[in-house]
Design a protein around this ligand. Structure first.
Ligand SMILES: NC(=O)c1ccc[n+]([C@@H]2O[C@H](COP(=O)([O-])OP(=O)(O)OC[C@H]3O[C@@H](n4cnc5c(N)ncnc54)[C@H](O)[C@@H]3O)[C@@H](O)[C@H]2O)c1
Length: 284
C-alpha cells in the first residue's frame, strides 16, 4: 500500500519536527496533540522554522507555503483512521503511550503500521495493548530531526518482518538512513552514547582533567564533533540522567550507575542549554 497520509500523535519537539520533515516529501500530515491550542502552537513553530529557512535563502517562500498546506491539525485522535501510517511522539510515559496505542489499534485498519518514537520504552510492552502487535514498531528519530540522518527501527518481539521492511522504506523516503535494532533499552545510540557522557562526568568529578580538557581530548583524540560535556548540555542533563536510570533499572547492572555529579546538577536545575547553565554557561 502506498503511504500518502501520515498521522503524527504528539506535537512537541519531536512530533512537530517529524511532521515538518514528512511534509517535505510530498506526503500529507495530520498532527494531533492533547488540545488544539498545543497543535496550533506547534504549527506556528513549524512556520517559524520554515520562515527562517526562507530568510536564509535556503527555501523559496512558495515552497514554505506548500509544505505548510500539507500539514493539518487533527482535532481528534479518531482522524488517525484516515492515515496510511501512524507515528506516536507523545511524552515518554508508558501509561500514556499504552492508552494512545490501545485507541489507535481500535481506530486503524490492521494493515496500518503504528510506530512509536520512544527513546527508552519497550516496543514489546507498548504492543501488548494492541490486538495486532505485529504492526507495532519503533521509529526512533534523532533531535534535530531535520539534520540527523539516522533513524533506529526497533523490532518488538511480535513485530512482523513486513512491518520492519515498510518502516525502513518509509524512513528512507524521508531521506534518512535506518538501522535495525532489537527492542532493548536505549537501542544502539543511547546505550553507547549516554554511558560515555556519564563516564566523562565521572572523570570530571574525580579530577581527571578539567571540562575543557575532557571535551578537547574527545574531539581531537576520538574525532568526536563535540566533546561529551558540551553534548550533555545540548541534550539536557535531565534527559541524560533519565536514560542512565532507565538503563540501570532495565539491565539491573551497576555499570550504568548515574554519576552523583550528574544527579546533583539535575537537582540544582543545571540542565544545560535549556536552563542557561550546565557544565558551561549559556547566559547572555
Ligand atoms: N527530545 C528528544 O531529543 C527526543 C529524541 C528522540 C526521541 N524522543 C522521544 O519522542 C517522544 C516525544 O518527545 P518530545 O521531546 O517531543 O516531548 P515534548 O514534551 O516536547 O512533546 C510531547 C507532546 O506530547 C503531548 N502529549 C502528552 N500526552 C499526550 C497524549 N496522551 N496524547 C497526545 N499528545 C500527548 C504533549 O502535550 C506534548 O506536546 C518521547 O517518546 C521521547 O522519548 C525525544
Amino acid at each position: 500500500m502506498e503511504i500518502k497520509k501520515v498521522f503524527v500523535m504528539g506535537a512537541g519537539t519531536m512530533g512537530s519536527a517529524i511532521a515538518e520533515i514528512i511534509s517535505k516529501f510530498n506526503l500529507e500530515v495530520l498532527l494531533g496533540d492533547l488540545t488544539d491550542d498545543i497543535a496550533q502552537k506547534a504549527m506556528r513553530n513549524i512556520e517559524h522554522h520554515l520562515q527562517r529557512k526562507v530568510e536564509k535563502g535556503k527555501m523559496k517562500s512558495e515552497e514554505k507555503d506548500t509544505l505548510l498546506s500539507r500539514i493539518k491539525i487533527a482535532h481528534n485522535i479518531t482522524e488517525a483512521s484516515q492515515a496510511d501510517f501512524v507515528i506516536e511522539a507523545i511524552i515518554e510515559d508508558i501509561k500514556s503511550k499504552k492508552k494512545v496505542f490501545a485507541t489507535l489499534d481500535k481506530l486503524c485498519p490492521p494493515e496500518i503500521i503504528l510506530a512509536t518514537n520512544t527513546s527508552t520504552l519497550s516496543i514489546t510492552d507498548i504492543a501488548t495493548v494492541t490486538r495486532n502487535p505485529e504492526r507495532v514498531v519503533g521509529i526512533h528519530f534523532f533531535n534535530p530531526v531535520s539534520r540527523m540522518e539516522l533513524v533506529e527501527i526497533a523490532r518488538g518481539k511480535k513485530t512482523s518482518q513486513e512491518t520492519v521492511v515498510t518502516t525502513k522504506k518509509f524512513a528512507e523516503r524521508l531521506g534518512k538512513t535506518p538501522v535495525d535494532v532489537n527492542d532493548t533499552p536505549g537501542f544502539i545510540v543511547n546505550r553507547l552514547l549516554i554511558p560515555m557522557i556519564n563516564e566523562a562526568i565521572f572523570a570530571l568529578s574525580e579530577g581527571v582533567a578539567n571540562k575543557e580538557s575532557i571535551d578537547l581530548a574527545m574531539k581531537l583524540g576520538a574525532a568526536h564533533p563535540m566533546g561529551p560535556l558540551v553534548l550533555a548540555d545540548l541534550i539536557g542533563l535531565d534527559v541524560c540522567l533519565y536514560i542512565m536510570e532507565t538503563l540501570e533499572k532495565n539491565f539491573g547492572d551497576p555499570k550504568y550507575r548515574p554519576c552523583p555529579l550528574l544527579q546533583k546538577m539535575v537537582e540544582e536545575r543545571k540542565l544545560g542549554r535549556k536552563t542557561g547553565e550546565g557544565f558551561y554557561s549559556y547566559r547572555k
